[in-house]
Each structure stands twice: as structure tokens, then as C-alpha cells.
Write a protein that binds this ligand. Structure first.
Ligand code: AMP
Ligand code: MN
Ligand code: MN
Ligand code: MN
Length: 298
């Protein structure tokens, strides 16, 4: 849990990365916000994959339970042929260019889903596209929905095996997909008045040299922050990305990447503290700092 002691000693717990049933989480936006409040989170960002449709419901419940909701999104992007996730915080959800872009990504997800269905069919798994679609709770089709179908149909014992055996890189159901280029992705976020944050950097299989090139380009495009603390990362990752954040003048963010209570190792608000050398992204939010855990959206 990140506790930020304000001068008046009110601790603020931030969780700036989470998912609902509008993408591949298992709690509705309302239940997610209620759970976050129960876990002691004061400031929560809902960051569903390639959709903002849960923000309205989440905002209503946030006002009711006295939690500050940061409107967010997690965008699937491509950089040098690699898949990179970029979180947008404080985006304006009605921004037209952003919404047009997200719609395009959702269409790509559906096209990719059909192709995944065909590949799985060739691997002896019937009806995967329709099966996965039955697990969709919003407007995006994710590999997670395929994983849930594979578990429910008894092909694998759990979600992680579904990725290891069928859906991960170079597995029978894996389909390479062109998402939005990094620069365009950051443009959408900035154009919607938001801040671009590199999600879970430890999950990208690149060495320090490539990581530096990536961070340099991200910064040049107007990206502002990187997740220094995320759910399920190794202890050394926090220090490594804190150093990168400082080297590239990026703010540090902190978020669980919560997907549901079925994944107990990634609970809302249960995050390590940011290293003292980091500049937390919320230091760039004057309204939040003044209002602390005021209710409603900031
Ligand atoms: P997609 O964006 O549709 O390609 O799906 C990516 C999502 O799948 C991520 O956001 C995770 O929620 C989930 N995911 C990826 N790899 C794994 C894994 N090895 N185990 C469980 N979930 C995973
Ligand atoms: Mn996900
Ligand atoms: Mn992600
Ligand atoms: Mn995520």
C-alpha cells in the first residue's frame, strides 16, 4: 500500500491501475470501486483495456463512497514490433480522437479474436471464438476471455496454463497483432488532456539498452510517467525502474493492475511504497494534493 503522509498526517492510498468487467476484470465498475474503498484506497484509477465505458458507473459509486476516481484507460500499443501497454490518466473520456482510436483497437481485437478462434480450431479446440465471446462483459475481446473459455471447457486447469499452453507467444493460439504505434497512442492521451504512463515495464522482455531507447522515445513523444510499483513484480524491479524514472525525468506511478479477487496476489491498494528518490505522479496534480481524498472525479 502506498501511504503518502500529508503535512496534516492524512494518509492517502493511491492505486492507479485496475480493470473491471468492461475489459478483462471480473468485478463490475461499481463492485470494483466498492472493493477499493473497503481496501482503504483513497484514489483509484480505472484503466480498462482500450475502453472507457466503465468510468461513468465507477464515478457514480466513487462519489457515493467518498473515493476519488481518476478517469483512465490502458491502451495496447506497438513499439518496434513489441506490444507495450500505456496507461492514460486523467483523460477526458468524451474526447473524440481518443474514442475513435479506441474503437479502432476494439475492432482489431475482434478481428484478432476470429483468427485466434481459427488457430485454436486447428489445434483441436472447437467453438473458441463464440465461447470466449460469452465471457465478454463489455465491448472488448481479450485473450483473457479465451483463457476463461479454455478453463471452463476443461482444456486447461487454470488461466495461467491457458496462456502457457495456448495463448502466449509462439503457442498455437497466438496471433501477432498490430496495435497503435507508440507515438499515436501518446498523442491520443495528451489530446484528451491526460498523462501517459508506461504500464508494468518489467514485463517487457528487453535489456537495458533497448529499454533506454524506448524511454527516450516515450519522453520525446510527451510521455510523462512510468509504473515504478505494480502488482506482482520482483523487489529489484522497483529500484531498477525508479532509477530509469529519474534518469529520464519521468514521474513514478503506482498501481496494482487488479483484475479481480480470483487473482489474490494482486489486491487493490496493496502496493509497496515508491522509493523516496522518485517524484510521484500525484505531485503533478495540484487539485488532488489540496483535496486529498475528496470524493468524486479529479
Ligand atoms: P490481450 O490484451 O487481449 O492480448 O490480453 C492481455 C491480457 O491477458 C493482460 O492484460 C492480462 O490480463 C492477461 N495475461 C497476459 N498474460 C497472462 C498470463 N501469463 N497469465 C494470466 N493472464 C495473462
Ligand atoms: Mn488484462
Ligand atoms: Mn497491461
Ligand atoms: Mn492492466
Amino acid at each position: 500500500m502506498h501511504i503518502n503522509m500529508k503535512p496534516n498526517a492524512v494518509p492517502i492510498c493511491y492505486d492507479l491501475h485496475s480493470h473491471s468487467t468492461c475489459s478483462d476484470g471480473t468485478l463490475s465498475p461499481a463492485k470494483l470501486v466498492e472493493r477499493a474503498a473497503d481496501q482503504g484506497v483513497n484514489v483509484l484509477a480505472l484503466t480498462d483495456h482500450d475502453t472507457t465505458e466503465g468510468l461513468e458507473e465507477a464515478g457514480e459509486v466513487a462519489r457515493r463512497v467518498g473515493l476519488t476516481l481518476v478517469p483512465g484507460v490502458e491502451i495496447s500499443a506497438s513499439w518496434q514490433g513489441r506490444v507495450i501497454h500505456v496507461v492514460g490518466l486523467h483523460i477526458d473520456p468524451v474526447n473524440r480522437a481518443l474514442q475513435a482510436g479506441l474503437k479502432l483497437l476494439r475492432q482489431r481485437r475482434t478481428e484478432r479474436g476470429r483468427e485466434i478462434g481459427i488457430r485454436l480450431e486447428n489445434a483441436g479446440i472447437k467453438g473458441a471464438f463464440e465461447g470466449a465471446s460469452r465471457f465478454v462483459g463489455g465491448s472488448i475481446l481479450s485473450r483473457t476471455h479465451f483463457a476463461r473459455y479454455l478453463v471452463a471447457s476443461g482444456y486447461v486447469a487454470d488461466i495461467s496454463k491457458a496462456f502457457r499452453k495456448y495463448l502466449g507467444r509462439n503457442k498455437p493460439g497466438h496471433v501477432v497483432c498490430e496495435w497503435v504505434e507508440l507515438e499515436q497512442c501518446v498523442d491520443w492521451i495528451l489530446g484528451a488532456g491526460g498523462q501517459a504512463v508506461i504500464a508494468h515495464p518489467a514485463r517487457y522482455p528487453v535489456g537495458s539498452g533497448v529499454m533506454r531507447t524506448f524511454l527516450h522515445e516515450f519522453r520525446q513523444h510527451g510521455g510523462e510517467a512510468i509504473e515504478v510499483v505494480t502488482g506482482s513484480q520482483k523487489p529489484q524491479d522497483r529500484e531498477r525502474f525508479a532509477r530509469f524514472a529519474n534518469e529520464f525525468g519521468l514521474f513514478a506511478s503506482s498501481g496494482s493492475d487488479f483484475h479481480g479477487p480470483e487473482y489474490p496476489w494482486r489486491e487493490l491498494g496493496r502496493l509497496e511504497t515508491l522509493p523516496a528518490a522518485c517524484e510521484p505522479i500525484w505531485h503533478s496534480w495540484p487539485a488532488t494534493d489540496e483535496r486529498g481524498c475528496a470524493s468524486g472525479m479529479v
